[in-house]
Write a protein that binds this ligand. Sequence first.
Ligand code: SF4
Length: 265
Amino acid sequence: MLDLNHGSGFQYQQPDRDSGITMAVNAAIDTALVVRNRAQIPRRYVSTSGIGRDCLRQIQYDFLALPKDEGRDFEPATLRIFEAGHRSEDVVAAWLRVAGFDLRTERRDGRQFGFSALGGRFKGHIDGCLVAGPVAMDYPALWENKALGAASWKEVVKKGVVLTKPVYAAQVALYQAYMDLPAPALFTAMNRDTWEIHCELVPLDAALAQTMSDRAVQVVQASDTEELLPRAAAERSSVLCRGGRTAGGWHSPCAWQDRCWGTCR
Ligand code: SF4
């Protein structure tokens, strides 16, 4: 029998409280995340995930994959949140399946379902399609999931996705239209703190889908003719550019502020 008395040499070790190990491990992870992100080939198409943003010029910069301002690449903390979002999609999909939904998330070849328009210069990939399930709703229906911080999640629960997250609503409308899924979409939002799931059915807003589709055409055509699209802000100090909260929700700082307001085009 082991002698766990003091001085025996077999006591459980005290945890190492040196915060140095936390810093060292996290620094290694952050470095790896940044390297991995930089190694990704930039997207060369207008994405449904960003087409609902306020500023057409920002969408155009993104489409053209122009280099971001110095120091405005995604921070490691943001990359971690992005990954949490992707992982939450798998978790919620598994929960829906175990609950009895017939949820299709990928094609036979393992790729996501999606659409491509404008010669491949406008694309979107859906989280999934619900073909049948134990809940009374119209099938087939688009499934779109987001993982949100607690405050943002509570706002969506209170006011709904259309009012609080117009960028997500635009994405949903486009998918419903382009994927020919006119039934109300099931939008699920996972609370990143508690893992609670908020669900709502989002009816197809055909007018919104058309507006967003027109924006994509505008971005592609203007880029073809080297026309710079207008700014959505009158000055650089605008919340749209520097980031912050407006009545329309949270805006991340624009990654092309120097390019937009400086001489570099
Ligand atoms: S800096 Fe402001 S106006 Fe310029 S592209 Fe970005 S959001 Fe638009």
